[in-house]
Ligand binder design. Sequence first.
Ligand SMILES: Cc1cc2nc3c(=O)[nH]c(=O)nc-3n(C[C@H](O)[C@H](O)[C@H](O)COP(=O)(O)OP(=O)(O)OC[C@H]3O[C@@H](n4cnc5c(N)ncnc54)[C@H](O)[C@@H]3O)c2cc1C
Length: 512
Amino acid sequence: MDKAALTAADAGQLRINKRELLGGVGAAAALAMLPRISQAASETWDLIVVGGGSAGLPCAIFAAQQGARVLVVDRAHRLGGTLDRSSGQIAAAGTRLQAKLGIKDSPEAHFDDIMRISKGKVDTELVGVFVRKAAATVNWLSDLGFSPLPGHPVVSGGHEPYLTRRYLWAEQNGVAILRALLPPFFEQARKGSIEFLMRTDALELIQDGEGAVQGVMARDAAGRKIDLPGRKVALTTGGCAANPRMFEELHGAPLYAQLAYPFDLGGGLEMGVGAGGVLRGAEHFQTFFGMVLNDFNVPSTPAPVPVNTVPQARMPWEMYVNSAGRRFVREDHPSVDAREHALLAQDHHRYWIIFDQEIMNNAPAMVRGWDRARMDWAFDKYHFFSRGDSLGDLARWAGIDADGLAASAQRYNAAVSSGSDPDFGRKHMPLPIAKPPFYAIRMQGTQLLSFAGLTVNPQLQVLKGNGQAIPNLYAAGEVLGAGATTGFGIVNGMLLTPALVFGRMIGERVFA
Ligand SMILES: Cc1cc2nc3c(=O)[nH]c(=O)nc-3n(C[C@H](O)[C@H](O)[C@H](O)COP(=O)(O)OP(=O)(O)OC[C@H]3O[C@@H](n4cnc5c(N)ncnc54)[C@H](O)[C@@H]3O)c2cc1C
């Protein structure tokens, strides 16, 4: 889309957003962008924003509002990055919404909650800055029309709860945030303050002899390499959670499922490291509590089987075992963090939900929205649903150690009889696992976030190993790594909110 088209379409901006951006720019349009790329290369931009997603959009908007000339490059065919799939759950203390509802909160209380849930493993300086800035960004989103669900903010949405109601999201999840961000972005584009190039892959940072960043080398839609000069560069490329090789190399754990935005291939990490930056945070890798996958591929895709393992929503009637057939967790543990960390210690972050015919007949639906007939059908349909006439048979079909499973079932059944679980202290044990046929559902712990990311200082400048800032280079969003903002526990909203807040901060300080 060229500028003339943008201007001509001012009145019908929403139509353009939908058709050309959300719908994708076609090959002809990509070719039509070529002159724009040459033009972009002939100007020295105040700021080049690499990646037009959750962090990049506010970064570009705020920089443009300061009067900067901003170039946004994105390898995808559309703006918004992960906002197309993100749950859009954000958190801030001291928002107008909280005040309206009489909720007392403070950045200090938010900070303490983050420290508690992250086990103190976040970058405390960075998070200290974040908690003080977050409310202004959530208020700004409200001004832009972002409207959370009734009853929000809440304390939790599935991860470990906050102690105060500061967590909110909208019906359309991440898309609601994108819809708030696009109008001010296009307003600045119409004014000529923002130029944006889609299907443009940033490859390397251009540096002078002293290492100061002076622009970006990119590959355009036609495969041409081109130097884009810039006084400052913001890396807002997201992480590497769509790049199985890099993800495993950095985290030491396979990327079992493809859930992240497919364009987040780790380019920002490579560029930052190539310019002298250093990574951190991989050691805080964690896994979510598991989902059913479609097949043995790594990465695989999630099967459409929403198994409910949240005790607050459905108490477990089943027993969970690892590949050795051993129980490893109190299945009804109220803390999702405790369950996730127990899974993290298991081989391949994998477990099997084991039950028998009595449980099948009597327990409330384990898969949300499924009746008994659908559950029966699933055992002939899905790879990771197994059935056996004996526990030994089941173990063979499911790929679990048979002796371990037999021993665990025996011990679990004794706990059911006595009403006391000496191994894990489980409370809810309505039925033994005794009546054939027996059933197993294989659950895979998965991850959709990069924990490793670029080291930055509280001004979001990318740092070298010696702690010095790389001149003119900034970073925000998941390229900083989940480890920095969520530590060693999944803290509500502590990826998306910092992406928005830190992206904005870079934009606000473009002339600093
Ligand atoms: C399914 C899902 C649900 C989530 N839910 C939540 C939630 O509820 N709350 C929360 O806090 N977090 C959540 N997250 C995480 C959060 O949404 C992301 O961490 C955050 O949106 C990332 O923002 P970003 O700007 O860093 O990256 P993105 O929004 O992904 O944007 C990065 C952009 O950079 C572009 N890009 C990448 N490499 C290059 C390159 N070399 N050259 C040019 N462009 C490039 C990409 O095309 C993309 O548009 C979720 C993540 C997923 C996958």
